[in-house]
Design a protein around this ligand. Sequence first.
Ligand code: IMP
Length: 504
Amino acid sequence: MAKILPDISRTFSEYLLIPRLTEKKHIASNVSLQVPIARHKVGKPSRQMINIPFVSASMQAVSGVDMGIALARKGGVAFVYCSQSIKEQADMIKKIKHHKAGFVESDSNVQPNTTLKEAIAIIEETGHSTLAVTDDGSNKGKFLGILTDKDFWEYEDDVKKCVSEFMTPVDQVVFGTVGISLHQANLILHREKKECLPILDKSGNLDSLVFKKDFFDHKNNPSELLDEKKSLIAGAGVNTHDYKERVPALVEAGATIFVLDASDGYSEFQKETAQWMRKTYGDAIIIGGGNVVSGEGFRFLAESDAIDFVKVGIGGGSICITREQKGIGRGQASALLEIIEEREKFAKEKGEYVPICSDGGLANDTQIIIALAMGADMVMMGRYFAMTDESPTPKVSIKGRLYKPYWGEGSNRARNWQRYSHDAKSHSYKFEEGVDAYVPVVGPVTDVLDVTLDKIRSTMCNNGALTLKEFSEKAILTRISEQSFIEGGTSNVFTVDNDTLENV
Ligand code: IMP
């Protein structure tokens, strides 16, 4: 006979935190949001920490190059989606790895015989006031000079003349050579009172540009997640079908953190894939497994020894229809609590700590905070990041508001890749597990993250915690009734929006 679990499936919005003593040291500037992403011996450091407890979902509408760069610069990891060809995914990883904070590839370039009129058009179109002049007009061509909007006056100068007549030629340009550190480049910019420093290779070809204004941008991202060569750390999703070809290409491209992208990770396919990856690459890579929603699912993956962190969640995702289509899944809070308990048992028995990632269904900042308080080391989100400028989708205007498309990896739009099928080669399923939708645009990822991270820091201080580990250890949560849920909103006041005010 089927077994029925004693408690019902619960969600994060059914819980609230009871504040603990806030001591004087509990201020936001003392809070650390670093968490481990690699399994480690209890009490010993993890071989890989991330600087904020956020990772983005391995989804076509979420994690591409821009997200990989933006999120690593904030201290988290984007898992570049695997529902694309191996080459396309590896190229994305390479672009993230080649991104050097402060060293930008010039994307506005002209040839010496480009007319001033054409150059002005490029400046207006791109908004960039500095153009590199190269022999072939490419961003890696032989560097011949630099043209800025201060070198000409379009109302007086003859715009039919060539750029070569206005540019500062290479022999008068202050430049740096490949290998120079960002610090050295900024010192030169300061000493020479320049705004832009071209970086050239030994043959005089353009490599990149360093802008003075980016110095402050760099200073504003002290949590960047960098490897020992100072490149951003890149993450990638992989599947259990083509891993023997895909993983080597991604490792070669520079990815070091992987996640096995499956809706149900309690499977022999997953264990076998993870064990192959571990045997082939040892501890040089981090492997995340999942998703699971039960203690036994967690233990199965943790005991494989190959898995570094475990992802929790089935059916809670904003675009997910797995529960209605197949009747599998579990309330995210119930799943997480059972798995955290199992993780504690596992740590006591084996002396190993396995980080947990709560994946999907986080509808607001409060739910993120509750997930962390319950003991998740990090959260994975799709919708949250799909709404930002850095997701790979175009903005579309619907009734005067800006939106971005957001679709599930189990929707028809993405399903070619058969993520939801263990036996994809022999059978392709005839139903969808995800929908194709739109989400409002919220701006740059850094802006939304800054607000969420500040809320987390503030709640940690309310809870007398300076680290996320301390936060969950001290957390006391209460379940709330429907009435206290209503009480939590505004009450007995009349809220008005600006449109209403204008009509009063
Ligand atoms: P969100 O943050 O609520 O938007 O959920 C994102 C998570 O939903 C992802 O990390 C996946 O675990 C999951 N997911 C992605 N695509 C699908 C789908 O098509 N069906 C069900 N779950 C999905």
